[in-house]
Design a protein. Structure first.
Lengths: 438, 314, 358
């Protein structure tokens, strides 16, 4: 009996393989954007608001304006579980969908971005890795197809040091200070280290590097070391469960929370909720406001949720990472719009969208038009600079919500840019890429 | 000269530091012990099932997650704590029943590795099922356990850690009494000793398995509460099983006290290694050091500290 | 009726000892080869090659390696991911240091380095057995991954700590790096896997394989009849690590294109172990079948709802997929605990009589 069921099963599997080559057709003249999301797995708490933010912004553009200049945006989600191998599979599956193929891809994972960078130039699909991925990609001469504006891990680290200097009362006060970097022991977590080291040489502060292994549920040793060293500031590059535990442990060793600053992947709502009141005072960097009362938010409520606030809230509306995804989706839409200005109002190919990304000039006036004035900062991308070194801002958790507590802080360009160029030329040499002249 | 410097860094300086800052050193030891108890809580679940059925239950991590998810999920739906606790325990018993009825029963007398693989399949089932019902978001778990830190003679202690260690100790004591003095406990030990002999004297093997899986589920629930209170209840809870493995080999797969002693040794050992030797090599050595420590013990006692002696005959 | 060996007589030991003694089997295998070498590269889409076929081949190779150790020599190991990492990082290191050396030679050199690392970590197996050994090999897994993450020399001191496959040529065709087509990479992987599978098959049929099996079945007894457990176990560890190392190198250079240590995490070790258990311990064919099951089933399940026109939230779909996957594992183990290879054997026996039951 069981054997028969088994045979039937094998038959079904074989049959399915046979028909799996049929693909779903997307109607002509629709701009297709693949969405690599992670709504399950260990990083789902971060992945869910991101996925919802993208979905809602594109839906809003379609419902409110009938698409980008009349060209509808279509998208398809593919679950990656934040796993690089599944991410590559998703990318392969989605890259040729739509009438013109994928316009651009937002991997939303540093690991997946690394995988896609070599493929991007071959497949002619630009990558927009907004504030993550390979920092060296900021050098557009080597990385023609990769964009990481408005700012990168290295810029962020330098801006954090500048913030510390402001708080301590000047760059000269940094000398002799102790700054600890608690980082996720992965390619992502290590990104900020070279910058922090270079700046330590420049300003004379003492840098303490503390690695936390994946997944980071047990950090007692790390925080005991912080308790022993008593650093003046702690900077954290954490991700997933590591953030929640770190905030809790910091509170439990009574570290002054307002001297504990996370990077922009360590400052979401999910990161502070488990510690709740204990996390009060915890800060994190970001490049957009955590508030959700801008005109663009009102439009989302109106055109996506039909005015239903509660339903929007249950779809993570207004959370930090939701807002970040809205910013990212906006960049994508504006880049396509820019490209349409040159190539005409039709569905564009990846290579055409790439031109749009490279010539994106998002002014304060334009931000106001799309209802994001004050929400994020203007961006002007150029051929050589795919990062733009935008400013960051510091937000603080007051026990209930995130508040902005600083001015916009610019990165230290004269330190970061040479490092970017050096790393990019090393990559170019290793992979036999001839840099473009810009 | 450099060699002397190196030897000093590795073999002398850490010890000098331990002695010169005794208060900090005792803090390291204490936090190691407290962490160790938390590891033991997870390891206990493995030991119980291995002891009674010879199954290396890979799904224990998933059971920890599932139990904690069910508990917070019910509380979010307005259940008071006690009702949520009782319902969760009932759910875990049902789970144990289902596992026995639909899986273990068909795999009696299979090789260890096949049973192990089957529990991996079970891991996927439980994980998917739990997340389908309760979603994948982080859920804060607040049972009103105090979590203030306080200083005692220069030592910084946390109420929550002490509470967790205390409940761990109580749990072990209760389990030890249960195993030694109750009828079911004796039956469990008989089954652990020899399945067939136990069946021959009339012990119902199937019921025993259900009981053991339920108890393991309950232990998982306690572990889930303790770990979940720190990080919120989320998928990563299922990964702490990996932290329990070195504890398990060190203590022996079949010994309840072994799980506790193993946990304490691993907890203290990895903390000391990370804090005093970690900086020399760039840190984050905790994870592999725990395994190396366990391995070092194994070379002297291949069956773990408290495991049953392996006797081999041709 | 069609699958009978009646009338096929063996007149020499050589014929009797052939890997495929039955004519129909030889035709069948020829058929498979034609499909694998000609039909698939000519007809398959890039997605099918990149997402299914190449990983299938690479994991088959790793599974063969682990099967030699676990299935034939009886030493349970969970260090596969670590050994794959050795292969991958060493290939990267060697090929960036000596760009002019043939990439196949580099793969083999990296495999040899991996073998020596495996030899080292196999030493505890002389004293520790069973599940204890499995957990002890985890020490190597965690240590190796930590080391490749920490020591920047292994990734040429670049700031991100990832390795990227540079473009390399073979007979004038680019086989690695972003510009290599999926078809080329598939063919190279296929050729390598075929050669190594053949070597493995002959290894296990020979003296070495027999001594492995003796150690697996009872190492004390094996020792008494004159098999040296020390050498036998360590050779098993080395050869297994060699296979895993080459598989790891192929994974980065022919499939992923770039990787960080996360690609070789403990999950990889578990996945390869699943493959050999599902496929069948102690069977080369089982390694392929198991890899096919573990690689293909999730992809089939992911794409299945679309085929039937179902649309459901992506997270629910993933959860159902995970549950089905778990269910299938349990189901297959209950139906046939000895794996897919055993099912295949049963099917062949049935075929000899089919369609006449007597």
């Amino acid at each position: 009996m069981l054997r028969n069921i088994l045979l039937a099963l094998v038959g079904a599997v074989v049959a399915m393989t046979g028909i799996s080559s049929t693909t779903i057709q997307v109607a002509a003249d629709e701009q297709f954007i693949p969405m690599l999301v992670y709504r399950t797995g260990p990083y789902a708490p971060s992945g869910i608001p991101v996925a919802n933010g993208f979905r809602d912004y594109y839906t809003m553009i379609n419902n409110r304006d009938g698409g980008i200049n009349g060209v509808k945006v279509t998208f398809e989600e593919c679950e990656t579980e934040y796993n690089t191998k599944l991410g590559v599979e998703c990318y392969e599956k989605l890259k040729n969908k739509g009438s013109t193929g994928a316009s651009l891809v937002n991997p939303f994972s540093t690991g997946i971005t690394y995988q896609l960078i070599p493929k991007a130039s071959v497949d002619e699909v630009p990558i927009l890795s907004m504030g993550y991925g390979r920092t060296a990609a900021a050098d557009g001469r080597v990385f023609k197809w990769v964009f990481n504006f408005p700012t990168t891990y290295w810029s962020q680290a330098s801006a954090f040091i500048r913030y510390v200097a402001q708080q301590e009362g000047g760059e000269s006060k940094l000398k002799g200070k102790k700054i600890a970097h608690v980082y996720h022991n992965s390619a992502y977590g290590k990104e900020a280290n070279p910058t922090l080291k270079a700046l330590a040489n420049k300003y004379g502060y003492e840098l303490i590097l503390l690695a936390v292994d994946h997944p980071g549920q047990e950090q007692k040793a790390t925080w005991l070391q912080i308790r022993r060293a008593k650093p003046d500031w702690v900077f954290m590059s954490g991700w997933g469960v590591m953030n929640q535990v770190a905030v809790k442990e910091a509170a439990s060793i009574k570290y002054p929370m307002d001297h504990f600053v996370g990077n922009w992947w360590s400052g979401s709502d999910a990161d502070v909720v488990p510690a709740a009141a204990g996390a009060k005072g915890y800060k994190s960097a970001t490049f957009h406001s955590p508030r959700s009362d801008y005109p663009v938010h009102k439009d989302i409520i109106k055109h996506v949720y039909g005015g239903d606030q509660a339903k929007a809230k249950s779809n993570s509306f207004g959370e930090v990472l939701y807002n970040r995804a809205v910013v990212n989706a906006m960049f994508a839409v504006e880049a396509i719009r820019t490209a349409q200005g040159k190539f005409g109002k039709r569905a564009l190919k990846g290579s055409e969208v790439r031109w749009g990304l490279e010539n994106l000039n998002l002014t304060e006036a334009r931000l106001k038009e799309i209802g994001m004035e004050g929400f994020t900062k203007p961006v002007k991308v150029s051929c050589s600079d795919h990062e733009t070194m935008g400013p960051i801002i510091i937000q603080q958790w007051d026990g209930n919500k995130w508040n902005i507590v600083s001015d916009w802080i610019s990165p230290i360009r004269e330190v970061v840019r040479p490092m970017v160029e050096k790393a990019a030329s090393a990559y170019a040499a290793e992979n036999k890429i001839t840099p473009r002249s810009c | 000269m450099e060699i002397i410097n190196f030897l000093n860094l590795v073999f002398l300086a850490p010890f000098v530091e331990m002695v010169s800052y005794p208060i900090f050193f005792s803090e390291v030891i204490i936090s190691g012990l407290l962490t160790g108890v938390m590891y033991s809580l997870v390891a206990l679940g493995f030991v119980l099932i291995f002891k009674a059925s010879g199954v290396f239950n890979f799904a224990q991590g998933a059971m920890v997650l599932f139990a904690a998810l069910t508990l917070v999920g019910l509380m979010e739906h307005g259940f008071p704590i006690w009702a949520a606790l009782i319902s969760t325990i009932i759910v875990l018993i049902v789970l144990a029943f289902v596992v026995e009825r639909f899986m273990l029963r068909y795999l009696i007398n299979q090789e260890d590795i096949i049973l192990f693989m089957a529990t991996i399949g079970l891991t996927f089932l439980i994980q998917g099922f739990g997340e389908t019902i309760w979603g994948s978001n982080v859920k804060p778990l607040d049972l009103g356990i105090p979590s203030e830190s306080f200083e005692l003679g220069g030592l910084l202690l946390n109420e929550f850690d002490l509470f967790a260690a205390g409940s761990g100790a109580v749990l072990v004591a209760v389990l030890a009494i249960f195993f030694h003095y109750t009828r079911i406990g004796r039956a469990l030990r008989a089954v652990a000793d020899d399945h067939q002999a136990a069946m021959a004297v009339g012990i119902p093997l199937k019921n025993i398995w259900i009981i053991v899986w339920s108890v393991a589920g309950f232990v998982g629930l306690v572990a889930g509460i303790m770990w979940g209170a720190k990080s919120g209840v989320q998928f990563s809870l299922s990964l702490i099983a990996l932290k329990a493995l070195p504890v398990l080999i060190l203590g022996g797969f079949t010994s309840v006290p072994g799980a506790i002693v193993g946990g304490l040794i691993i907890g203290v050992g990895e903390k000391i290694a990370e804090i005093y030797w970690g900086p020399l090599v760039g840190g984050a050595i905790e994870n592999w050091f725990a395994y190396v420590l366990a391995l070092a013990f194994l070379l002297f006692r291949p069956q773990g500290l408290f495991g049953e002696r392996i006797i081999e005959r041709v | 009726m069609f699958y009978r060996e009646t009338g096929q007589f063996k007149s020499s030991y050589k014929a009797d000892q052939a890997i495929f003694p039955i004519t129909q089997d030889r035709w069948f295998i020829l058929f498979i080869f034609i499909i694998a070498f000609l039909v698939i590269p000519l007809t398959a889409s890039e997605y099918l090659l990149q997402a299914v076929m190449i990983p299938l081949l690479i994991f088959s190779l790793a599974a063969i390696g682990l099967n030699l150790l676990v299935g034939y020599a009886g030493q349970l190991s969970l260090g596969t991911g670590g050994f794959m990492a050795v292969g991958a990082y060493m290939t990267y290191k060697l090929t960036t240091a000596f760009p002019e050396v043939n990439i196949i030679v580099i793969f083999i050199l990296a495999g040899l380095i991996s073998a020596s690392v495996g030899f080292l970590f196999g030493i505890p197996s002389l004293r520790i057995k069973g599940f204890y050994l499995a957990v002890a090999t985890l020490a190597s897994q965690f240590f190796l991954v930590w080391m490749f993450n920490k020591v920047s020399w292994f990734y040429n001191h670049n700031s991100s700590g990832t390795i990227t496959a540079p473009p390399r040529e073979l007979f004038g065709v680019t086989v690695t790096g972003p510009t290599a087509t999926a078809e080329t990479r598939y063919i190279v992987a296929l050729a390598i896997v075929c050669v190594f599978a053949l070597i493995a098959k002959n290894l296990v049929r020979g003296r070495l394989g027999r001594s492995w099996m003796a150690v697996r079945d009872m190492d004390i007894a094996a020792e008494i009849i004159g098999i040296r457990p020390f050498q036998t176990k360590l050779i098993a560890f080395s050869i297994s690590s060699f296979y895993c190392g080459v598989a790891g190198a192929l994974m980065v250079f022919l499939w992923l294109g770039s990787a960080e240590t996360e690609a070789f995490s403990i999950n990889e070790s578990f996945y390869v172990l699943f493959m050999i258990i599902i496929g069948g311990l102690g069977s080369i064919l089982g390694s392929f079948l198991g890899a096919a099951f573990i690689v293909c089933v999730p992809i089939l399940l992911t794409n299945a709802p679309q085929l039937f026109g179902l649309s459901m939230p992506i997270d629910l779909q993933k959860h159902i997929e995970i549950m089905l996957f778990g269910f299938l594992i349990v189901f297959f183990l209950i139906v046939e605990p000895h794996g897919l290879a055993r099912l295949w054997q049963i099917a062949k026996e049935k075929l000899r009589l089919w369609p006449f039951p007597y």
